[in-house]
Ligand binder design. Structure first.
Ligand code: K7E
Ligand code: CUA
Length: 618
């Protein structure tokens, strides 16, 4: 959002004035003042009670939040806002040994960072089903986390043709697809072409990633060649609009250079409406050209796949209502949010009620498809939903959340956020039946609301109780950078395992008996089969010759909850953590001569400190 913010700052004098307003709101206040502002002591006590989860009690919800360029996913309990665990996805994470063992190292490849934006929980009939979590990152990749063990299992990409995968990973209502779309257009196929040819030679790409319904395995199914706009966010149609996918876009000016000026000239940008079933059928019918190994549909050759809906300046969020009837587009340089009617969109397509086209993609008429412009406030960014037609829109410039009603378009309530809210997440908020219990504002600024920690300040996330007509701010939490988007799921939908059952461990190098542990050699290859169990790493020493390729395969034969063992090998940058019942391998060259200690890094028993051994390189 940093980028969006900068675009906002200089976009227009109006926006400048609005920003000045935000700046005054952001000025830190003294604690006393703040307490007075929060209201009477009884209000504070009431709020405290609502978020209080007593020691030993469990939160009723999980929140999965993107970690932005940390490349992680952060998991919180709601309403306590307690950080429960970090799931490393696109970045090595020594705490869990992620990115150090052979498998995860291979999964990460050459890229050891990724800018993770939009987590998407898998769905069945439009409800979160608690099976998987998908998340995109900007280097053209998308990952799948298995919620059975909260581990990253697959990273797809970087996929060909697609650059800057921001408008991702939004899943369809039965997890048929996760989506990808480019923020950065570039020549397709990839080749060096100067930016002076941007408008004609650079292309955007929308991609459908097919998901295996049993295994969750992702495969790139098709791509669509798009005009060189910046595709930003998306949401899948549901119920009546199932089969459609909506993507917001900006820079429909096809500008280059200083986009903060050049890409804000038009009054309207577009939301791209994609009939993904039609795309699927076109590919099945043998249409599309193979570019860099991928079937790409060119809308100039295959009609009926994609349409453009004009939407107020630089839309960010595009959000489909729980019943699938409305598509809410939030033009972040506006004071209103626009609601489109899916029926009207379909009628306009049927009647060919088009304004013109962009690279042969029909542009629908704003007036024909719009139902309302809701005066929510300045800088609308993202909308989430509650039951009974309630909608909640974050307002970046106003630094507030507006609550309004679908159908009557009446704005019911507004609460200030501290400060500069980006996205928001409601309990079960992207499903066909949101809960209407909790809402979390993911703010960009936090200054003055926590103990100072120097120039690199945490982000703030604020919890609101939305069970009553007026929204109530009940808690401030501080999070690591940078939560762009989050989803909140009922806790009882997720049933994690706590040990890997022995019978499921099919690893070819697994050893379950200490007497099978040991060292074998084949030429210059040394294989160490190691057993980790309280409180010994067996073997307790092993040797190699300088230049040998060494593989250490460690099986943690514990079947007890929380009995993890680590394997830290000093001076060799090796750090594995092996969960109960798991086998992990690490392969490396014995480059350094001498004696090197290895030890268990995870506290496991009173004799944890005794869990150690020596690697001798001759
Ligand atoms: Cu708004 Cu990447 Cu969705 Cu940042 S994004 S905030
Ligand atoms: Cu095993 Cu500490």
């Amino acid at each position: 959002m940093t980028v969006h913010r900068h675009r906002l700052v200089w976009a227009s004098p109006l926006v400048l004035a609005m920003l000045a307003l935000v700046a005054t709101q952001c000025a830190p206040r003294a604690p006393q003042q703040r307490r007075a502002a929060a209201g009477a002591t009884s209000d504070i006590a009431q709020a405290a009670q609502k978020v209080y989860v007593a020691p030993g009690d469990l939160d009723p919800y999980y929140m999965f939040s993107s970690g932005g360029h940390s490349g992680n996913v952060y998991v919180y309990g709601i309403p306590s806002m307690r950080h429960l665990v970090t799931i490393p996805v696109f970045t090595p994470y020594p705490a869990t040994g992620y990115g150090f063992d052979d498998d995860t190292k291979k999964m990460l490849g050459d890229l050891t960072w990724g800018d993770a934006h939009h987590p998407a929980l898998s769905e069945t009939k439009g409800e979160y089903d608690g099976r998987w979590l998908f998340i995109n990152e900007m280097n053209g990749r998308i990952a799948r986390i298995d919620l059975r063990d909260f581990k990253t299992k697959q990273i797809l990409g970087p996929v060909p043709n697609l650059h800057g995968n921001h408008a991702s990973s939004f899943v369809t209502p039965n997890t048929e697809y996760a989506m990808m779309a480019t923020r950065f257009s570039r020549p397709v196929p990839q080749r060096p072409v100067g930016v002076d040819k941007y408008a004609t030679e650079y292309k955007g790409i929308i991609a459908g990633v097919k998901i295996n319904p049993t295994s969750g395995e992702m495969t790139l199914a098709w791509e669509i060649l798009m005009p060189p706009f910046d595709y930003d966010l998306g949401d899948a149609g549901k119920l009546v609009s199932d089969g459609w996918m909506f993507f917001s876009s900006y820079n429909t000016e096809r500008a280059t250079g200083k986009l903060e000026v050049t890409a804000s000239q038009r009054d309207r940008d577009y939301i791209a409406a994609v009939d993904w079933r039609a795309a699927e059928k076109a590919i099945a019918d043998g249409k599309g050209d193979v570019i860099d190994g991928v079937k790409v549909i060119d809308p100039a050759k295959v009609a009926g796949i994609v349409y453009l809906m004009p939407c107020g300046k630089s839309p960010h969020g595009v959000d489909v209502s729980p019943d699938g009837k409305y598509i809410v587009g939030s033009g972040k340089l506006q004071g209103v949010t626009t609601v489109f009617n899916f029926e009207k969109i379909q009628t306009a397509i049927r009647n060919r009620d088009f304004l013109d086209d962009e690279d042969a993609i029909p542009v629908l008429k704003y007036e024909s498809i719009k139902d309302a412009e809701v005066p929510v406030g300045l800088g609308p960014l993202h909308t989430q939903f509650g039951p009974d037609g309630m909608a909640y829109t974050s307002l970046f410039v106003d630094s507030a959340i507006a609550k309004w009603k679908l159908g009557t378009w009446e704005v019911i309530d507004k609460v200030p956020m501290s400060y500069s809210i980006g996205h928001l997440a409601a309990a079960e908020g992207d499903t066909v039946s949101p809960d209407g219990t909790w809402l979390v504002g993911l703010n960009k600024l936090s200054h003055g609301r926590h103990l100072s920690v120097g120039p690199s300040q945490p982000e703030s996330s604020q919890l609101l109780d939305i069970t009553e007509e007026k929204m109530k701010l009940v808690y401030d939490a501080f999070t690591e950078p940078e939560p762009h988007y989050a989803q909140i799921i009922k806790a009882d939908k997720i049933k994690p395992i706590e040990v890997y059952p022995k019978e499921e461990n099919k690893h070819p190098l697994a050893v379950w008996d200490i007497k099978d542990a040991g060292v074998t050699r084949q030429g210059k290859k040394v294989l160490v089969k190691m057993v980790a169990v309280r409180s010994t790493l067996t073997p307790t020493d092993f040797e190699a010759n300088e230049g040998d390729e060494v593989t250490v395969a460690i099986t943690n034969i514990e079947q007890t909850t929380d009995e993890l063992h680590g394997f830290g090998l000093l001076d060799y940058n090796i750090n594995l953590v092996v969960d109960p019942g798991e086998t992990k391998t690490v392969t490396f060259t014995a480059k350094k001569k001498g004696v090197f200690a290895y030890y268990c890094t995870n506290f496991c028993s009173a004799l944890h400190q005794e869990m150690q051994g020596y690697f001798i390189v001759k």
